[in-house]
Design a protein around this ligand. Structure first.
Ligand code: AHR
Length: 333
């Protein structure tokens, strides 16, 4: 059993390495005829992007933003979808190092475990830009900059909405994001910081739905069937996809999402605005995935030897049911 697992893991790693070395997917960086739309006279920049996966609508929009921006700027992009597996993401980074790309973009699936490969990139003098999620490290020379949202603040904003909406009185179920990921850790922290000031607000059930719609539905079904299920009158989901899955579970259980159970989630994807317009979701806290332009501004500066700030933050808002219908046509993701 142990042997077969090890063999499988090794073959996954080898396949990924071969994919990276073979440039398996750089479709976002090339024009329709396969030619790179490179700016005349400029140095051809090659960037490797180790993406988390395709777990949510947010992630798909993020991938599209990075691919289209690379293409717009004539930057060759080597793209690897790690399918939610840290080993695959580490193998992808190693592949980019072997290929000697100019810059590596890494959206780390979880916070820990990346230090060794980041040290390898540093030793190879290949700058790494952290995209969307940070890593836990005491050595910030292992990356050039971190471009992404303030997840703790997002958690606080979700809680502040719930305090207002419920008058500070709520029996809360929580759907957490991927265990060990920066957004799951921080969104929990920010939310708890605010509700801890309200003695009549309690999280009674909390479990991961892995940022996936089917994960949110499955976990919510189990919550509703549990001993505390009947008392839940609020749901905090760390992303919209899980909230949308949970809405289905709530309806199937014969309760009304948005009124019997007040729901707040994070991302601001179009599906969340549709659910708000239908009265089934109460609030979404925006987390903007369209960071391709900021990432490639930083890439070009780094390649040109210019300084970039260690932290580049993304500006975001909060949207309620009342704003949903008017805002829906403006949503870009
Ligand atoms: O890291 C950002 C989070 O990852 C988004 O909120 C979530 O939808 C995604 O999968």
């Amino acid at each position: 059993m142990i042997v077969s697992k090890t063999v499988r893991a090794a073959s996954v790693a080898l396949t990924l390495l071969a994919m990276v070395l073979g440039g398996c997917d750089n479709s976002g960086s090339t024009a329709g005829d396969g030619a790179t739309t490179r700016p005349a006279g400029g140095k051809q920049i090659t960037v490797g992007f180790a993406q988390v996966g395709a777990e949510s609508a947010w992630r798909t929009a993020n991938t599209d933003s990075v691919k289209s921006e690379a293409q717009k700027r004539g930057i060759e992009l080597k793209f690897v979808d790690a399918q939610g597996k840290q080993d695959a993401q580490i193998a992808a980074v190693r592949g980019f190092i072997a290929q000697r790309v100019d810059v590596i973009l890494l959206a780390p699936i979880v916070e820990t475990g990346f230090e060794p490969v980041l040290k390898e990139a540093k030793a190879a003098k290949i700058p790494v830009i952290l995209s969307d999620r940070r890593v836990a490290t005491s050595d910030d020379s292992l990356y050039v900059t971190f471009i992404g949202s303030d997840f703790i603040e997002e958690g606080r904003r979700a809680a502040e909405f719930l305090v207002k909406k419920t008058g500070g009185n709520a029996v809360i179920a929580e759907l957490q994001g991927t265990t060990g990921s920066a957004p799951a850790n921080d969104r929990k922290k920010g939310f708890e910081e605010v509700i801890s000031k309200h003695p009549d607000m309690k999280i009674v059930l909390s479990q991961t739905g892995d940022f996936r719609r089917d994960g949110g539905k499955k976990v919510m079904e189990a919550f509703l069937k549990s001993a505390q299920g009947a008392q839940i009158n609020a749901l905090y989901a760390h992303n919209d996809d899980m909230a949308i899955g949970a809405i289905q579970a709530i309806e199937e259980a014969g309760r009304k999402p948005g009124s019997d159970i007040v729901i707040v989630s994070i991302d601001g994807v179009r599906g969340a605005f549709e659910a708000m317009a239908a009265g089934k979701l109460n609030c979404t806290v925006e987390c903007n995935p369209l960071i391709g332009p900021q990432l490639f501004d930083a890439v070009e500066k780094v390649v040109a030897g210019e300084e970039v700030p260690k932290r580049i933050q993304v500006e975001e808002g909060v949207f309620t049911q009342e704003q949903a219908a008017a805002e829906l046509p403006n949503r870009k993701y």
